[in-house]
Design a protein around this ligand. Structure first.
Ligand code: NAD
Ligand code: ZN
Length: 365
């Protein structure tokens, strides 16, 4: 009998073909999709776990992120792992039956950025669930084999799916220069702030301080190992908040990762970082914001951006496989688990993350 393939699709409402979707949220539904076949250098994977990202929910709710617009439809999902089902010609790094993590972005491999190793900056990146590229929340999925990472037996598929957000943490901490003995400040205790926390602690940071408006998020951060959890309030200025953080912790941060995207937090990140330190802007919020640029300049606070990650999957896998990031931490990080058939509920749970007290919602394929 031919194998059936089904996937989780966001689709525009019938008749909606404007430049941007007119009717939102888009439809979110399980659909029959073609069964993929592995071409040269590719592998077909039987999917096991897919984590839901804020971007998946955003495409469903709004139909676009920046210039990436859902045309007619797009399969969601890019934080994933599965079992190799078929390999194409020339594939030697994985074989049928191997359990693998899937790095979701495949670059052109030929441009300047690819050739210099910064392939996350490739203008021709094909990234899962970023229209027009389909995602992999489906039964079967085809991917470039060299962007698959074979898992040791003791690393679960759920942990492997978490390598995607963890890779953002690896890249952010790397760009920040987090090292042994670092004092790290993290603005925001959402999934991305929390992966920065896990990676910073695993990298030997002496203290990690995390700031959020929401108490429950900080409770999770505490369980995951944060040294200082600071509840912020919107009535406080960035200078006041930075001064309160310094008073609580005893010093300013060597490195700060901004993981909210909120403009005031970018300012707090700068004021809260010591002279000569580094701020990494992970959060993506309003395209233009006012920041204390002279303060950063005269104190030589470096401000760096990040875009996803490159060469980070192997590091994230090592952190998990070695137990530097523990199974207990990752188990706590996944707050909700659903079957593929209940994917719509899984998306609702992520959409209402504050009410449902969810961090990472995981789908079992
Ligand atoms: P999230 O919305 O779940 O978490 C953001 C957290 O920030 C929330 O807990 C929220 O309460 C907190 N927050 C918001 N405003 C605040 C304020 N004024 N003061 C204190 N806390 C505040 O999002 P996430 O999934 O954790 O992602 C975080 C950001 O990172 C998003 O902007 C996302 O787009 C971005 N992101 C960037 C990259 C990249 O490559 N640069 C990759 C992944 C995610
Ligand atoms: Zn390229």
């Amino acid at each position: 009998m031919a194998l059936q393939n089904r996937g989780l699709m966001v689709r525009r409402h019938p008749g909606d073909d404007g430049p941007l979707p007119q009717k939102t949220p888009l439809l979110l539904q399980m659909e029959d999709i073609p069964m993929p076949a592995a071409g040269p250098g590719e592998a077909v994977i039987k999917m096991e776990r897919v984590g839901i990202c804020g971007s998946d929910v955003h495409y469903w709710q709004h139909g676009y992120i920046g210039d990436f617009i859902v045309g007619e439809s797009c399969l969601m999902g890019h934080e994933s792992a599965g079992v190799v089902h078929e390999v194409g010609d020339g594939v030697t790094n994985v074989k049928v039956g191997d359990r693998v993590a899937i790095e979701p972005g495949v670059p052109c491999r030929r441009c300047f950025h690819c050739k210099t190793g910064h392939y996350n900056l490739c203008p021709d990146m094909a990234f899962c669930a970023t229209p027009p590229i389909h995602g992999n929340c489906s039964t079967y999925y085809k991917h470039a084999a060299d962007f698959l990472f074979k898992l040791p037996d003791h690393v679960t598929s759920e942990q492997a799916a978490l390598l995607e957000p963890l890779s953002v943490g690896v890249h952010a901490c790397g760009r920040a220069g987090v090292a042994m003995g670092s004092n790290v400040l993290i603005m925001g205790a959402g999934p991305i702030g929390l992966v920065c926390l896990l990676v910073a602690k695993a990298s030997g940071a002496a203290t990690v301080t995390i700031v959020d408006l929401i108490e429950q998020r900080l409770e999770m951060a505490k369980k995951l190992g944060a040294d200082f959890c600071i509840t912020s309030s919107t009535s406080e200025t960035p200078e006041q908040l930075a001064a309160r953080i310094e008073k609580t912790v005893g010093h300013q941060a060597d490195q700060t990762t901004e993981c909210t995207g909120a403009a005031p937090c970018v300012s707090t990140a700068i004021y809260g970082t010591r002279s000569g330190g580094t701020v990494v802007l992970v959060g993506l919020g309003r395209p233009k914001v006012e920041i204390p640029i002279v303060n950063a300049s005269v104190r030589e606070v470096d401000i760096r951006g990040i875009f996803r990650y490159c060469n980070a999957y192997p590091v994230a896998l090592q952190l998990v496989a070695s137990g530097k990031i523990t199974a207990e931490q990752l188990d706590l990080f996944v707050t909700h688990r659903y079957k593929l058939a209940d994917a719509a509920t899984a998306f609702e749970t992520t959409l209402n993350a504050v009410q449902t007290n969810s961090i990472k919602v995981m789908i079992e394929c």
